[in-house]
Design a protein around this ligand. Structure first.
Ligand code: ATP
Ligand code: MG
Length: 349
């Protein structure tokens, strides 16, 4: 278990982490999400005692990191894969870590095997690819067979096989009753891996909830109905007090009801249905809605007049009024620079 209480970190005038209080519990994979610069890595560094909090506290199984005896048995972490001595062989790097934590040498071979680096164990990490470096970092995290695992963007640079492997690994570690805390920007991957989510924006807690609840609360779920008699079905739905919208392909989209009720209405009125499906929003959509106001670094496409930042509360279905997602000015209302403007300014300056 990792417990944060009012955890705060200030760098000069930048409040990187702002009063975070939450608990990461064992037995489940907890995803840690937030836009670039939200404070995820800073939070993780404070968990490991690599950065001192300006205010507040963080404890691992009730202790500060510095109080843990043989910490690799309590918590294994992958922060930045760059934190490896490039000239020391992969095997020796892990052996050093093992020896300083009372871990037997055979475990080094075991973890190298687990992460698929057995064949390059005698090679130096400075010649490793990004994904190989990540695998070595993951091997180091697993070395002490720890009860808590914390990974900062572990899938960064991994190939599809590697991504699949780490997803399965994290879920297995959680099933064994361990605490697994992982950050990632890959929403589709996170949606498949984590059961619980902690979301932050500009250092502050935005959500601490289950994956399913997070998606339900921050996005729109609707029922899609396709029928050869759309006008009749429309009347049936309106008579039942619902407000269906017509999608671009002619299907009806109904908010505020469930598929079984709509199916029963269709049956009672003898309307033939070709499709009746519940459409759930993705984690990506829910995340972008929740964090729209906390995104600090916006990118603009050539020719953009307005930033494409989805935001605001879930809107009505397409076809009724405003679309659920739409372009809007970035927070602060500033128009982005015209494409090439900065480059031209740079040239002039
Ligand atoms: N050592 C430091 N000195 C000064 N500012 C820092 C330092 N480390 C982080 N920051 C600032 O703190 C804020 C949070 O950074 P952090 O790296 O924790 O964000 P993050 O959520 O991990 O972002 P990303 O998704 O891009 O990895 C940023 O504004 C960053 O510039
Ligand atoms: Mg980070």
């Amino acid at each position: 278990m990792i417990e944060l209480e009012d955890l705060t970190k200030r760098y000069g005038d930048k409040l990187a982490v702002d009063g975070l209080s939450f608990t990461v519990r064992p037995g489940t994979v907890t995803g840690f999400l937030g836009p670039n610069g939200a404070g995820k890595s800073t939070t993780m560094r404070m968990v490991l005692g690599l950065d001192a909090p300006t205010r507040g506290d963080v404890r691992i199984e009730g202790k500060h990191y510095g109080e843990l005896q043989e910490p690799l048995h309590s918590i294994g972490a992958l922060l930045e894969a760059k934190g490896v001595h490039g000239g020391r062989r992969a095997y020796d790097h892990l052996l050093c870590m093992a020896q300083s934590n009372g871990i037997p040498e055979r475990r080094v071979g075991e973890v190298l095997e687990m992460v698929g680096l057995h064949d390059v164990a005698r090679k130096r990490p400075k010649g490793f690819s990004l994904g190989m470096g990540q695998r070595l970092g993951i091997a180091a995290a697993l070395l002490g067979d720890p009860r808590i695992l914390m990974f900062d963007e572990p899938v960064n640079g991994l190939d599809p096989e590697g991504i699949h492997w780490i997803r399965t690994l994290m879920q297995q570690l959680a099933r064994e009753g361990r605490t697994v805390f992982v950050s990632s920007h890959l929403m589709s991957e996170m949606a498949q891996t984590a059961e619980h989510l902690v979301v932050i924006g500009q250092g502050r807690l935005l959500a601490d909830t289950s994956m399913s609840q997070f998606i339900a609360e921050n996005s729109r779920t609707h029922v899609r109905v396709r029928t050869p008699e759309p006008e009749r079905m429309l009347d049936v739905l309106v008579e039942a007090g619902l407000r269906p919208a017509t999608a671009a392909d002619g299907a009806l989209e109904v908010d505020g009801s469930e598929a079984p009720r709509i199916g029963e209405l269709a049956a009672a009125n003898q309307v033939v249905l070709h499709e009746l499906s519940t459409q759930r929003a993705s984690l990506e959509e829910a995340f972008m809605r929740l964090t729209a106001q906390s995104v600090e670094y916006h990118a603009y496409a050539p020719g953009d007049v307005q930033a494409a930042v989805p935001g605001g509360p879930p809107g009505p279905p397409a076809g009724t009024a405003a679309p659920p997602q739409g372009g809007q000015a970035p927070p602060g209302g500033q128009a982005p620079p015209a494409w090439g403007e900065n480059w031209r300014k740079g040239r002039r300056g």
